[in-house]
Design a protein around this ligand. Structure first.
Ligand code: OAD
Length: 244
């Protein structure tokens, strides 16, 4: 069982906090077997994001994009939430106000029992039509490719692609939560994709503490109050044990 070195000042803050946020990235789902984006085995090492995760790529070849999203839906559908997701869900039941701000589209936080989840980059289990604004929730990987809307247009995955804006309501909600939180835990993100990566700066600028959990240093490390390096599935349970 892992023991963490956590300064008393930070433990006190974690114990007395009324409002806490967690910002998560692909690293929180890595131990569920869902690959991250960057690094040696990352998705963007193997696949061309321009073809698969941009509006232009979708316009050029919607079938290719959907084939890839279907593969990811199959992979994610088989995965199970891990200890990090579970601890985050448990924390929500403990703190009076708790928000999960996630860049992940895999829906794992809700599956683990988190309720107040703000999905900044959409959800792979949803598709939408940009012509008549139909939104469809999926409970299984898409069958017909490309899926068509009742209006005849091709539907798209309801996710944020490169060059697209984050959804307005989610962005506002996440910014407010980050500003108001006394502590933000930043778990498993390389923190290179903005504006999500700027959320911990909002917490810091309003006097809150930033605690980072990652395998390695990131841009957050330079201003974090505490960085804990290791597997999220080990650090998060250890951190939670130290707080309670
Ligand atoms: P990245 O793949 O960029 O970063 C994953 C981070 O998780 C890295 O910093 C790893 O060191 C860390 N990590 C990996 N395994 C871990 C583990 N078991 N425990 C703790 N940390 C671990 O993923 P994101 O930061 O989520 O956007 O990427 C941000 C956005 O870029 C994604 O939402 C996606 C991508 O392109 C869009 O598709 C719009």
């Amino acid at each position: 069982m892992q023991r963490l070195e956590i300064p008393e000042r930070i433990l006190r803050r974690l114990r007395s906090a009324k409002q806490v946020s967690v910002l998560t990235g692909a690293g929180v789902s890595a131990e569920s077997g869902i690959p991250t984006f960057r690094g040696a085995d990352g998705i963007w090492e193997k696949y061309d994001y321009r073809k698969l995760a941009t509006p232009q790529g979708f316009e050029d070849d919607p079938r290719l994009v959907w084939e890839w999203y279907r593969l990811r839906q199959i992979e994610i559908g088989k995965a199970r939430p891990n200890r990090a997701h579970e601890v985050i869900a448990e924390m929500e039941r403990h703190y009076p106000s708790f928000s999960v701000l996630t860049q992940n589209i895999d829906g794992m936080h809700r599956r683990a029992g988190s309720r107040n989840v703000v999905e900044l980059h959409g959800n792979i289990w949803r598709m939408r039509c940009d012509r008549d604004h139909t939104v469809i929730d999926l409970d299984a990987p898409v069958k017909d490719i490309p899926p068509l809307c009742q209006c005849g247009s091709i539907m798209r995955p309801d996710v944020v692609w490169f060059g697209e804006q984050m959804p307005l309501r989610e962005t506002e909600e996440a910014s407010r939560a980050a500003r108001e939180s006394e502590v933000i835990l930043v778990v498993g993100t390389s923190a290179v994709v903005y504006p999500a990566a700027a959320l911990p700066i909002l917490t810091r600028n309003s006097g809150g503490s930033v605690i980072e959990i990652n395998l390695e240093p990131t841009d957050i490390t330079s201003y974090a109050d505490l960085s804990l390096f290791g597997l999220a599935g080990e650090i998060m349970p250890a951190l939670w044990r130290s707080i309670r």
